[in-house]
Design a protein around this ligand. Structure first.
Ligand code: AMP
Length: 224
C-alpha cells in the first residue's frame, strides 16, 4: 500500500504515520524529519531550509523535490510506504505522481486528518520531541517519566523551534492556503478518506487500519 497522510500540523500526522507504518510493516517517510535531520547535520540542504522552517513557511519545492527523489531511490519503498508531510501543494503532488509513475506505481489511499484549531495549538505548544529517537511527549497530556529525558532511549527532549503559538498560527495559515486544492486533486481520483483526529490516537489508528484493509481488499492486494 502506498499511503499519503494529509492534515494540519498538530493533527497527529507524525504519530499516526509512525504507528501505521509499524502496523503495516512499511517505511515511514516524513519530509519534516528528513529536513530536521539535515538542519541538525548542517548539510547544504539543512542550511537552506532552516530559516523557512523556523518561520513556519514551506521550504521551496525544488529543494524538497530533490530530497524526495533521493529517498525514493532506496529499495524499501518498493513494497509500499507511508508518506507524511508531502505533498504540501499541487505541484508537489504532481511531482510525486511523476516519480511514482516512473516506478510503475501509484498512490492507493490518502488520509485527510481533520482537527480543530484549539486542539492543534494545545498539542503543539506543549509538544516535546526526543533528539535521538524522535519520540513525542507532551508537557501536560503525556509528560516523560523524568523531565527532559526520553522514556524510550534516554535521549534529550526539546521543543521544536516552530512549535510556538505565533509560528503554529503561521503554519496553519500556510496549510489552509494550500490544502483545499490538494484535497480536490486527490478527491477527483477517489483516493481521499477523511478521519476525525481530535480524539485518542489509538482510536484514530484503529479506524485507519480498518480503512487500509478495506482499500487493499478492494484493490485486490495488500502490498501492491
Ligand atoms: P512537519 O514536520 O511536516 O510539520 O514540517 C516541518 C517544516 O518542514 C514545515 O513547516 C516546512 O517548513 C518544512 N517541510 C516539511 N515538509 C515539507 C514539504 N513537503 N514542502 C515544503 N516544506 C516542507
Amino acid at each position: 500500500m502506498r499511503i499519503v497522510l494529509l492534515g494540519p500540523p498538530g493533527a497527529g500526522k507524525g504519530t499516526q504515520a509512525k504507528q501505521l507504518a509499524k502496523a503495516l510493516g512499511l517505511p515511514h517517510i516524513s519530509t519534516g524529519d528528513i529536513l530536521r535531520q539535515n538542519v541538525t547535520e548542517a548539510t547544504d540542504l539543512g542550511k537552506e531550509a532552516k530559516d523557512y522552517m523556523n518561520k513556519g513557511l514551506l521550504v521551496p519545492d525544488e529543494l524538497v523535490t530533490k530530497m524526495l527523489s533521493d529517498r525514493f531511490v532506496k529499495p524499501d519503498v518498493n513494497g509500499g510506504f507511508i508518506l507524511d508531510g508531502y505533498p504540501r501543494n499541487i505541484n508537489q503532488a504532481k511531482v510525486l505522481d511523476g516519480i511514482l509513475s516512473g516506478m510503475k506505481m501509484k498512490i492507493d489511499l490518502v488520509f485527510d486528518l481533520d482537527c480543530s484549531e484549539p486542539v492543534i495549538i494545545q498539542r503543539l505548544s506543549g509538544r516535546l520531541v526526543c533528539r535521538k529517537c524522535g519520540a513525542n511527549f507532551h508537557k501536560n497530556n503525556m509528560p516523560p517519566k523524568k523531565e527532559g529525558v526520553c522514556d524510550n532511549c534516554a535521549g534529550e527532549l526539546y521543543q521544536r523551534p516552530d512549535d510556538n503559538v505565533e509560528t503554529i498560527k503561521k503554519r496553519l495559515l500556510v496549510y489552509k492556503d494550500e490544502v483545499a486544492g490538494l484535497i480536490k486533486y486527490y478527491q477527483d481520483q477517489g483516493l481521499i478518506q477523511k478521519i476525525k483526529a481530535d480524539g485518542q490516537a489509538e482510536i484514530v489508528l484503529k479506524e485507519m487500519v480498518a480503512l487500509v484493509s478495506l482499500v487493499s481488499k478492494k484493490n485486490g492486494s495488500s502490498k501492491d
